[in-house]
Design a protein around this ligand. Structure first.
Ligand code: C5P
Length: 203
């Protein structure tokens, strides 16, 4: 079974997806970490993301490994975020990573988070949630997470939102059958309870 959690940066996807996975005993898939690894590898090598996408070995788990190196923190810097966003606009990169993600979720029970899980990676997902929150709230959450200034995060977030929603290939969009959930002002517990209730309805 796949639970797809999509939405823009800072909507709370990671916290919600992790907590839902823990509550249900499902495995968590962070698809954004894969785009971040490709972005980081391209940035470090001064190469095109499409050149490295098929070569790099990405291992997801408690720690994120890129060709065996622990990049858990390195993929979260503003530079890596920007590189990931650019890499994610490349159709060659998307094809490579979507194929890997589909292979990963083919067996077992998953909570997968990203931008295109419900639309592209797992269109048959049993539960699809599209998480949103106001831009200011999202920027505030991300700023706290990474210890940065809210105005800077908001400015960068606006650019990445624009790129995510207007890119030609697999743009960020809610699947027609996704349940939209605005998390502005909701606690993590509230959101997790709503998502696990949706899963319970499907079982
Ligand atoms: O979710 P996260 O912010 O870690 O994602 C990093 C980047 O990867 C985002 O800027 C987004 O453009 C891209 N992404 C994507 N498709 C996914 C997951 C992430 O395009 N399924």
């Amino acid at each position: 079974m796949v639970v797809a959690i999509d939405g823009p940066a800072g909507a709370g996807k990671s916290s919600v997806a992790r907590a839902v996975a823990a509550a249900l005993g499902f495995t968590y898939l962070d698809s954004g970490a894969m785009y971040r690894c490709v972005g980081l590898a391209a940035f470090e090598r001064g190469a095109e993301p499409a050149e490295v996408a098929g070569e790099v070995r990405i291992e997801l788990g408690e720690r994120i490994l890129l060709d065996g190196r622990d990049v858990t923190d390195a993929i979260r810097t503003p530079e890596a975020s920007e590189a990931a966003s650019r890499a994610a606009a490349d159709p060659v990169v998307r094809r490579a990573l979507v194929t890997q993600q589909q292979r990963i979720v083919a067996d077992g029970d998953w909570v997968a988070e990203g931008r295109d899980i419900g639309t592209v990676v797992a269109p048959d997902a049993a539960v699809k949630v599209f998480l949103t929150a106001s831009p200011e709230e999202r920027a505030r959450r991300r700023a706290v997470q990474i210890g940065a200034d809210v105005a800077t995060v908001l400015a960068e977030q606006t650019i990445r939102d624009e790129r995510d929603t207007t890119r030609e290939h697999d743009p960020l969009a809610a699947a027609d059958d996704a349940v939209a959930l605005d998390t502005t002002g909701l606690s993590l517990e509230d959101v997790v309870a709503r998502v696990t209730a949706l899963v319970a309805e499907q079982r």
